[in-house]
Design a binder for this molecule. Structure first.
Ligand code: G3P
Length: 216
């Protein structure tokens, strides 16, 4: 199972990556806007921090425009994955870029049928948005489980990249549902390490250690 950081904040990405188990990064236009920096500059810097797929999203809504936007992004680094929205133009772009050997992440997936379409288009990743489905009272993790079962049934090699992950429970549920990748904010990633019994256990070990006679 792969862990990606869902962020365009380079210090957040660095802090998580330093631990040594981050496999990639996802960004989106909202995250780039939040960073307050230029898109190309941020993406370029991320490629120097994490050696793995880095999703950079196009914002054009037509196929030709998406292809134009993808060109300079692909040129930044071989690890750049082009993120396209789940629209007809996005899927046409996914087919074209995949044929060129460029990895594509189809984003804003909210239904199994959309995931199947993206897989048929040769997407390297599909991004089901678990949290946003939960927000409207639907079961985001159930959709990931369905996608996992159907991809296995048809032998699709598109990876399921669970996105819109809001908490540790989502990460556990995404793993159980068969997600290949979970992308999460740094805050969620760091929380995965924590358990109060781990903290209590460390405290007790260190306390007991004080009574161990020291060799002279
Ligand atoms: O990167 C896409 C996705 O992870 C966004 O999450 O929290 O804005 O629904 P969120």
């Amino acid at each position: 199972m792969k862990f990606f950081i869902d962020s365009a904040d380079v210090s957040e990405i660095k802090r998580a990556a330093e631990i040594g188990i981050i496999d990639g990064v996802t960004t989106n236009p909202s995250l780039i806007a939040k960073s307050g920096r230029s898109f190309e500059e941020v993406v370029k810097e991320i490629t120097t921090i994490v050696d793995g797929p880095i999703s950079a999203e196009v914002t054009a809504m037509d196929h030709a425009g998406m292809m134009e936007e993808a060109k300079p992004l692909i040129a930044i680094h071989e690890n750049i994955t082009i993120k396209v929205p789940m629209t007809e133009a996005g899927i046409t772009t996914c087919v074209a870029l995949s044929k060129q050997g460029v990895k594509v992440n189809v984003t804003l997936i909210f239904h199994l049928n959309q995931a199947i379409i993206a897989a048929k288009a040769g997407a390297a990743f599909v991004s089901p948005f678990a949290g946003r489905l939960d927000d409207i009272g639907e079961d985001g993790l159930q959709m990931i489980a369905e996608t996992s079962a159907v991809f296995a049934q048809y032998g699709f090699d598109t990876e399921i990249l669970a996105a819109s992950i809001r908490n540790s429970l989502h990460v556990k549920q995404a793993a159980l549902a068969g997600a290949d990748v979970v992308t999460m904010p740094g805050e969620v990633f760091h929380k995965l390490f924590k358990h109060h019994l781990t903290d209590q256990g460390i405290e007790k070990f260190l306390e007991d250690w004080k009574s161990v006679p020291k060799s002279k």
